[in-house]
Design a protein. Structure first.
Lengths: 555, 306
């Protein structure tokens, strides 16, 4: 049956390819940096404030007070509890607010909550709410509103993506709530009692937007078309695939917004985004591909900026394979890769070689001793492991131009020490199908991939990728890395309310994984964006969401 | 003609059923699990199972197909996996940009293309013919992607006359229509020319000339009228293509049309939306072919429908 299915699939795919060929031919890769590394000395320079290019015309003024942000992807939802992509996070954050948030320095601070306490056993989280806040429809913000939102998210019938933050589904399909109870002792206090200690909880609440309970009652899940929050902007319209518009909330409880309207415009083509910035149709453009920087070099009223991201780029090594079983082999492979050249080639220098299993931005990050590019050392290690004659491996990855470039780089580097690599680019969904299979069917050798932990926690960065019980098909530990002490570190990290003790176990976890080399550690790239010099107060967070709460246009 | 049209519409139904089956099978056979895509990379197996159950993807394919057909008949096309909108809600706003763009591109491409074709047929072998055909060849060989970006550079960034995209005003349609229509203009010019050359060699044209008619009525009334059938056929097929949306033009000019929706939906394995779109495109071709066939009778009363 399977064979028969695949024959039909191939035939149909052939027909489809044939008929689509005409329209896909012109599509340029979205993040290609066609510069290659010809200009390596000049690129990659960012000053301490993040400027790659600083516009000299600082006196220029905006013609209107309407902020236009041009983005690459789509805002696919305006329901903050059902977010399919990062742009939807950015768009909903104009209208909605959370109990806590990450500020510009990436510190966790209160937003709707004034402050909070965590009990010593890490089980009870008590939030004291800001008073006098109203939703856009005039409803009061209070503890009951928080509880109403919690109840909505955990209700299975609502089918919301955020449910997974609060409910764990076991392998047998049974469910375990993370939260035992939500209590509201008074109007401005909310107490979450957890069933088990889970330290990422507080960070996850930075994604838990509070919607007006009255609007929830009125619209149900159609709330995505009628967003009502407490944020600095009120909702005007959302036309998926085109734009999302908001206007200034004059009654905003915090620092009043300055711009009259905010429009997030979806502009998939990078060249067009750059053109919009040049013509003034857009005030802020994100992302800005490296190859566009030169195009705006002479435009005096533009800034180009870079910001650190939470993106970790790496190649997983299937440790179950006889070739990759030996730690020395995996270390040798890490020594064989010139990480600086990688960052230069792939990101024109706008990034850094990886210095741990997680990016610097993750809470608890600790720098590890680098595997500096050293072919002799690599060859020696291979010899010690008895693999001096080399071997052959496949490398899987997405089929975008940029990813193929990265895979080809890895291939070329590993071949220097006699490891032959077959690069096999595939459509992302196809890779998923091949990755998430039972261990005895696993065909994966190496996987060129990346990870961004949107909650910035160590647990969010490592558990799905390296915890021993998270091997496919359960989750994404495609290195099949299994270290009981590492697992214990992660588990201890969850229950530790004391941040120093937590830092200690997380430091140990990083050291273990770094030494064991379940991955080829590549790099952490930066996000690049561009803005008019007359715009201030808009920035891109490390998770790729942009913040415009304090946007101002010089008039 | 009315009976003929009705007969054609009725006979399209089994065709649509076959197409719907092919579309359904095709979509469910492409590798890639939508449940995994929706649940996210960090989802555990149990999370993915839960999503699969919620989407009804656990049921055997024939049952899924049955439900899908039942939905089609009752007008319930289901929900977009991505954000829970109904399929109609997801698709409806995308029609207008695509239709407007199709109309505006077709109008100028037809007028210019057919005129160029007639002129170069009449002036065959002369400089005008070569210039007209050079324009036609450029129109078809310039990559639309490049042309679009160049037009933006010249008319938006350089001269500041026209917006870079979007569809807020009539000016916004100018550059995308130019980009989209250039290839069609070229095709129509080439077809008109060759078909005109053919009909100008026919006996009835010679007779018309022999009767002493001046050149213009000979070309327009006798030769061109007989070339129309071919031009309408080619033009009809082009409209069908344009109405499925152009990913390239929609991408360069940030237009929220059907083409981009289809590509985005395929990437996301948004089955319901992809199914509805493909079925609609098939229907569109059937209807346009019918219109073209009916036009034959209008153009040439000798064509009989039976």
């Amino acid at each position: 049956m399977k064979n028969y299915k695949s024959i039909i699939a191939v035939l149909l795919a052939g027909t489809m390819l044939f008929s689509l060929a005409g329209c896909s031919g012109g599509k340029k890769d979205k993040d290609s940096s066609s510069k290659g590394n010809q200009k390596t000395e000049e690129t990659g320079k960012v000053d301490k404030d993040g400027y790659i290019l600083k516009g000299t015309d600082t006196e220029s003024k905006s013609e209107d007070n309407d902020l236009v942000i041009a983005i690459e992807g789509s805002v696919s939802s305006m329901d903050p509890a059902n977010i399919p992509d990062t742009n939807a996070i950015s768009a909903t954050r104009g209208v909605y607010e959370n109990l806590v948030q990450f500020n510009e320095k990436n510190e966790l601070v209160g937003q709707l909550a004034k402050d909070w306490e965590i009990s010593d056993d890490s089980l009870t989280y008590t939030f004291h709410l800001n008073e006098g806040i109203k939703f856009h429809d005039g409803t009061d913000f209070n503890a009951a509103a928080v509880k109403a939102n919690y109840d909505r998210v955990v209700n299975k019938d609502n089918n919301l993506r955020q449910r997974r933050t609060f409910i764990v589904t076991n392998d047998d399909g049974s469910e375990e709530p993370r939260v035992a109870s939500v209590e509201t002792p008074d109007d401005y206090t909310v107490v979450f009692k957890l069933t088990k200690a889970w330290s990422p909880f507080i960070n996850r609440l930075s994604q838990f937007c509070i919607i007006s309970p009255k609007a929830l009652e009125e619209y149900g899940n159609d709330i995505m078309n009628h967003p009502v929050g407490t944020g600095p902007y009120t909702f005007v319209e959302w036309e998926e695939g085109d734009h999302t518009t908001m206007k200034k909330n004059d009654d905003y409880w915090g620092e009043k917004p300055e711009v009259d309207t905010v429009t997030i415009k979806e502009v998939p083509e990078a060249g067009t985004r750059t053109a919009m910035l040049q013509t003034g149709e857009a005030d802020f453009v994100y992302p800005m591909p490296v190859d566009q920087i030169e195009a705006v070099q002479d435009t005096k009223n533009l800034n180009v900026l870079a910001a650190d991201s939470n993106i970790m780029r790496y190649v997983t090594l299937n440790m179950n394979l006889p070739e990759l079983k030996d730690e020395k082999v995996r270390q040798a492979m890490n020594y064989a890769i010139d990480k600086n050249a990688y960052v230069q080639l792939m990101y024109s220098g706008y990034g850094k070689p990886a210095t741990s299993v997680v990016p610097q931005i993750i809470t608890g990050y600790e720098e590890q001793p680098a595997y500096d590019f050293d072919l002799d050392k690599a060859k020696d290690l291979l010899k010690e492991a008895g693999c001096e004659d080399g071997f052959k491996l496949t490398l899987w990855g997405d089929n975008s131009t940029q990813e193929i470039k990265g895979m080809t780089f890895v291939k070329q580097q590993l071949e220097q020490i006699g490891i032959e690599v077959d690069v096999e680019p595939m459509e992302p969904a196809t890779i998923s199908d091949k990755i998430y299979v039972d261990a005895d069917e696993a065909e994966v050798n190496m996987w060129y991939v990346n990870w961004s932990a949107s909650d910035f926690t160590m647990d969010g960065s490592l558990r799905s990728l390296l915890y021993s019980s998270m091997c496919p098909p359960v989750s994404a530990n495609t290195a099949y890395y299994s270290d009981k002490d590492f697992d214990k570190d992660l588990d201890d990290g969850l229950t530790n309310a004391d941040s120093d003790a937590q830092a200690k176990v997380y430091a140990d976890a990083q050291k273990r994984a770094w030494e064991a080399c379940p991955w080829l550690f590549l790099g952490n790239d930066q996000v690049i964006y561009s803005e008019k010099t007359y715009l201030s107060g808009v920035y891109v967070s490390p998770d790729g969401a942009f913040n415009y709460a304090h946007a101002a246009l010089a008039q | 003609m009315g009976r003929y049209a009705l007969k054609r519409i009725v006979s399209a139904i089994p065709l649509l059923i076959v197409i719907s089956f092919l579309i359904f099978m095709f979509i469910h056979l492409i590798p890639g699990d939508p449940a995994r895509l929706i649940a996210g990379k960090d989802a555990t197996k149990a999370d993915v199972e839960l999503v699969r159950e919620q989407l009804g993807l656990n049921e055997p394919l024939p049952i899924q197909y049955g439900k899908y057909m039942k939905g089609l008949v009752t007008g319930d096309l289901g929900y977009s996996i991505k954000n829970g909108k109904t399929v109609v809600e997801a698709i409806a706003p995308r029609f207008e940009p695509t239709i407007m763009l199709t109309i505006s591109s077709m109008i100028w491409a037809t007028i210019i293309g057919v005129s160029l074709g007639i002129i170069s047929a009449v002036m065959k072998g002369k400089a005008v013919d070569y210039i007209a055909m050079l324009i036609a060849i450029s129109g078809i060989s310039l990559p639309g992607f490049w042309l679009g970006l160049e037009l933006i550079q010249i008319f938006s960034v350089g001269l500041g006359w026209l917006p870079t995209g979007g569809l807020e005003s009539w000016q916004a349609y100018v550059l995308p229509s130019l980009t989209m229509g250039s290839g069609i203009m070229a095709i129509l010019a080439r077809f008109t020319r060759s078909s005109m050359l053919e009909s100008m060699r026919e006996d009835y044209v010679r007779t018309a000339r022999a009767k002493g008619l001046s050149e213009l009525p000979v070309v327009m009334r006798h030769a061109f009228k007989n070339s129309l059938i071919e031009i309408v056929t080619v033009g009809g097929l082009q409209i069908g293509g344009l109405l499925s949306g152009s990913v390239m033009v929609e991408t360069v000019f940030s237009i929220p049309g059907l083409g981009r929706l289809l590509v985005d939906s395929i990437k996301f394995r948004d089955y319901k939306v992809v199914q509805a779109l493909l079925l609609f495109f098939a229907l569109e071709y059937i209807v346009i072919n019918l219109i073209v066939d009916l036009l034959y009778g209008v153009i040439n009363p000798k064509v009989r429908y039976n």
